[in-house]
Design a protein around this ligand. Structure first.
Ligand code: PLP
Length: 397
């Protein structure tokens, strides 16, 4: 019996499990303390009322024989037409035309970001930004792939540029970026699309935070860029935008013209999904479609505005302490420099110990994250305000 030895190449625990353990240990030792968590990328606002109504209605559908849904026709593995059409309308607002057959409804972005690797041979070289959401690297290391890193640094505005030094076959891009909050503008994204098309590489574009973009001149989708349909797959999610982190729903777009070595990637993905996936529940898809209705978009915008206000509070506190940071404008994340030359984990301990605030050590997102720290705007106004007061008192000491 052989085992997948590639698991040896992974860090012992996923970043957020390690943070959770550290906080639990602190709470055990300090039972009277209540640390405020500005660490997890999880939302806190409840689902939009129209989503709740749609999901209730869908449950009622399931309670009657005439409207009951089971597995449904084959195509429902990829999504019900009502949701595919809602996604099509969402993209149309940005001038992007999609057809139903190019959209695949998923149980969230994380699954597809890893599962898409089934389409590619193990020997491909994968290029991952550094720092970035750790799941890209781990999914590739598990599969035994070589991972190269594209540096995101203050010098390039935390947006890696293609430099030709790595012969990449699969390129992960994330915009707005987790953890830095940086967003690609059209010119910089065009450079990646041109690079991928020249090389015959495929870009896996993670747009999970697209709705946080507050400047309409910035691209929300890679398909707003010329040539992207020939080289990119876009992975998106209702998690952060519509608060579906617990409900679970996302969508992946594989353009029909995306081919490599005579294979249509959309057909391969369809085949893969029908073999290993049985679709997203009817109730969830009804809720997701409601999130993209005119009323849903208004209600979601209110939640995003709520998180934006938290981001503003955090920005204000960091500026008042003279701490360098980026992000928080088109993203729920703020990426700050650790004070006094501390490493990321040193600052994590210092902040927890002296201010009872939990953030995420930047080094957990890649080597270039060392010396940085991520704070998130997903908490309540009240908790964010208290956390920033504590942080300000500590850093001004
Ligand atoms: N992509 C990025 C960049 C994320 O930060 C996250 C979650 O934090 C995900 C994907 C996962 O999204 P989902 O909840 O849809 O699986």
């Amino acid at each position: 019996m052989q085992i997948n030895e590639n698991f040896r190449n992974l860090h012992e625990s996923y970043l957020f499990s390690r943070i959770g353990e550290a906080v639990r240990a602190y709470e055990r030792e300090n039972p009277s303390k209540r640390p405020i968590r500005l660490s997890l990328g999880d939302v806190t606002r409840p689902l939009a009322p129209c989503v709740i109504e749609a999901m209730h209605g869908a449950v009622d559908d399931l309670s009657r024989a005439e409207t009951f849904r089971g597995y449904g026709p084959d195509a429902t593995v990829y999504g019900y037409d009502f949701l595919l059409d809602a996604v099509i309308s969402h993209y149309a607002k940005r001038g992007v035309t999609l057809s139903r057959g190019e959209i695949f409804i998923s149980d969230g972005a994380k699954s597809d970001l890893g599962n898409l690797l089934d389409l590619f041979e193990r020997d491909n070289t994968v290029l991952v930004p550094d720092p970035v959401y750790p799941a890209y690297t781990d999914a590739n290391l598990m599969a035994g792939r070589t991972v190269a890193y594209a540096a995101a640094t203050p010098e390039n505005g935390f947006l890696p540029v293609p430099d030709g030094s790595v012969a990449a076959d699969i390129i992960y891009l994330c915009s707005p970026n987790n953890p830095t909050g940086a967003v690609f503008d059209r010119a910089r994204l065009q450079a990646w699309v041109d690079y991928a098309n020249e090389r015959g590489a495929v870009i896996l574009f993670d747009a999970a935070y697209e709705m946080f973009i507050s400047d309409d001149s910035l691209p929300h989708s890679i398909f707003e860029i010329e040539g992207a349909r020939e080289c990119a797959v876009e992975i998106c999610s209702f998690s952060k935008t519509a608060g579906f982190t617990g409900v679970r729903c996302g969508y992946t777009v594989v353009p029909s013209c995306l081919t490599r070595r005579g294979f249509e990637l959309g057909r391969m993905w369809r085949r893969r999904q029908t073999t290993k996936f049985n679709g997203v529940s009817y109730v969830t898809q009804r809720g997701a479609a409601a999130a993209f209705s005119a009323r849903g978009e208004r209600e979601i915008a209110e939640n995003i505005a709520y998180y934006r206000e938290n981001a503003r509070m955090i920005s204000e506190a960091l500026s008042a302490c003279g701490i360098g940071y980026v992000g928080g404008v088109h993203s729920p994340y703020l990426w700050m420099r650790c004070p006094h030359g501390m490493t990321s984990w040193e600052f994590f301990d210092y902040l927890l110990e002296h201010a009872e605030v939990v953030g995420t050590p930047g080094s957990g997102f890649g080597a270039n994250g060392e010396g940085y720290f991520r704070l998130t705007a997903f908490s309540s106004h009240e908790e964010t305000a208290v956390a920033m007061q504590r942080l300000t008192e500590l850093l001004r000491r």
